[in-house]
Structures are given as C-alpha cells and as structure tokens.
Write a protein that binds this ligand. Structure first.
Ligand code: NAP
Length: 278
C-alpha cells in the first residue's frame, strides 16, 4: 500500500512520512516544488492530482495553508480519490474548529461524506510553534517575547510528532480509526508558562505580551498573512482567552499506546539536537 502525504514537506507531514517509513510503509510525498522521489502537487491545479493518487490506498490530507475556505479547492481531489478506490483519508483539522464550522470544519464534513474510512485529527496548538521559523519562535528569539491575544488562557499544546504517530496508526494500522480525535499534550499551559519553559530550557529570557485581538490581527497582516486569515487566527486567540483550549484528552495514549510528550521534553530535545530553540 502506498500512502500519499499532502503537505509532506511541512511540520506534521514530514513527521508522518518518517513514522510510516519506520513501519515499512511506502510513502509518496506531495510538494509544489518536489525534490527527487517526490511528486509534483498543487491543490489549485487538479491536473496534478491524478499522478499523485496513482496506486494510493490512503491519504494524509493537509489543506492548502493560508486559505480561509479550502473545501471548494479540495473537493475535486476527494472526488478523484474516491473514484480511484482510496479508502482511508486522514484529515489534519484543528481542535479549534468543530465539524461543520467555516473553513476546516466544512472540509471535515466533506471528508466524512466522501471517504469510506475517514479519520479527522483535531490537534490543539502545536509545540513546534515555539521552534524553527514559526512567528512565535521568531519573536521569542529576536524580541524576547511571544505576543498573543490569549490573555491568561491555557492551551494543551501537542507535539507534531505525536500527531504524526496517531496519523501513521490511522493510515496504516490493521483497523481503521473512523471518527474524530481531539489531540492534546499532557497539560494545558498559558503562554506566560510557555515563555517560562522556553527561558528555562534555552537560557534565553522570553516573556509573554498579551494584546487585543485587533492589534494581533494588524501584526499578522504586517507579517504578510492575508487579512481574512489574520482575523480568523486572531479570533482563535480570543477563544483561548475564553478557556476553550483548557483541557487535555487521552487520544494520543489511546491510539498509540504511549503518553503524549511534554513541552519541556520537545523543546529540550530540539535545543540539544539542533540549537533551533535558541
Ligand atoms: N500550528 C498549529 O498550532 C496548528 C494547530 C492545529 C491545527 N493546525 C493546522 O495544521 C495545518 C498545517 O499543517 P502543518 O503545520 O503540518 O503544515 P505546514 O508546516 O504549514 O506545511 C504546509 C504544507 O502544505 C504544502 N502546501 C501549502 N500550500 C500548498 C498548495 N497550494 N498546494 C500543495 N501543497 C501546498 C506545503 O508544501 P510545499 O511547500 O512543499 O508545496 C507544506 O508542506 C493547518 O491546516 C492548520 O490549521 C495548526
């Protein structure tokens, strides 16, 4: 069985590929700029979908990033996948977006109606947002602060590696995992508490600055995000401030048989191995 990994060069997709290879499953990585061995894939160009889906039985689906309404763009791909006999589709959605809500929530509904064995992953915010090139990581490194509109609201940040472990099981395990899984890390933390962990692990002082939703939207637009997408992201921070992400689930443990990793472990490992959490 070959598994197609859309977003295969990204944060979760690259980890899904590694997890599947670790299980001796054949993977095909889709990219707009494919390296050797990868397949050319562009969500907005259905002509690239057929070759990507050739001989595929399962798909990891990362919607086009930065698009407020991805469902119409993904619909022709799901039609082609169904016609070609793809059984399992594992959609990466978000804990912040319930089935049927605008954006990823519409895609959630569409995947469940289209694929014979649909799994929808609804992870909380990623721990990797504090590593590498993510804006939080960048501002922590360069300005010594993380800026959010979350107030003192808590988030049960989850490791992208744990999301990938769940996805790999759903894509290639003996039994399908039909349904939705809200994925969290082991504890809910405020952004001030995250900043304290980053400070402790890296030795570089980091603080948290709480701003209003309007100011955050303006910052995101200034950083180059489309205005509708920026407003949507800033609105999610307001939801965090209201406490909607202040909970943990047992889904990672239930599916993988091991507990989710903590922020301290994930940031500590990255800091030690590559210095990316400087
Ligand atoms: N960050 C968080 O805290 C968080 C929390 C919950 C849910 N999410 C969800 O996670 C998703 C992002 O997942 P991720 O972080 O794993 O991805 P990512 O690192 O942002 O990478 C996105 C991938 O999508 C590919 N891509 C982008 N536009 C494309 C297009 N038009 N056609 C084909 N491929 C395209 C890119 O590949 P190429 O450049 O190689 O083409 C890239 O590998 C979003 O839907 C977000 O809502 C994020």
């Amino acid at each position: 069985m070959t598994v197609l990994i859309t977003g295969g060069t990204g944060t979760t997709g690259s980890r899904v590929a590694a997890a599947l290879r670790g299980r001796d499953v054949a993977v095909r990585i889709a990219s707009r700029r494919p390296a050797a061995g990868q397949v050319h894939f562009e969500w907005t160009d259905p002509a690239t979908h057929a070759a990507a889906l050739d001989g595929v039985r399962a798909v990891y689906l990362v919607a086009p990033v930065g698009v407020a309404d991805p469902a119409p763009i993904v619909a022709p791909f799901l039609d082609e996948a169904r016609e070609r006999g793809v059984r399992r589709v594992v959609l990466l959605s978000s804990s912040a977006v319930p089935e049927g809500a605008p954006g990823l929530g519409e895609l959630h509904r569409m995947v469940c109606a289209s694929a014979p064995e649909p799994t929808v992953l609804r992870p909380s915010w990623f721990m990797q947002n504090f590593l590498g090139d993510h804006p939080h990581a960048y501002s922590a490194r360069t300005e010594g602060e993380i800026v959010t509109a979350t107030g003192s609201g808590r988030v049960a940040f989850v490791d992208a590696g744990d999301i990938a472990a769940v996805a790999a099981q759903a894509l290639s395990g003996g039994e399908p995992h039909v349904g939705e899984y809200v994925l969290t890390g082991p504890e809910a933390l405020s952004y001030a508490e995250v900043a304290a962990v980053l400070t402790e692990v890296t030795g570089h002082p980091v603080g948290h600055r709480a701003v209003e939703v309007e100011e955050l939207t303006a910052r995101l637009v200034a950083a180059g995000y489309p205005s509708d997408f920026s407003a949507m992201l800033a609105g999610l921070d307001a939801d965090v401030a209201r406490g909607v992400e202040d909970r943990t689930t047992s889904a990672v443990q239930d599916v993988t048989g091991r507990p989710p990793r903590s922020l301290r472990e994930v940031v500590g490992d990255a800091h030690l191995s590559a210095g990316v959490a400087r």
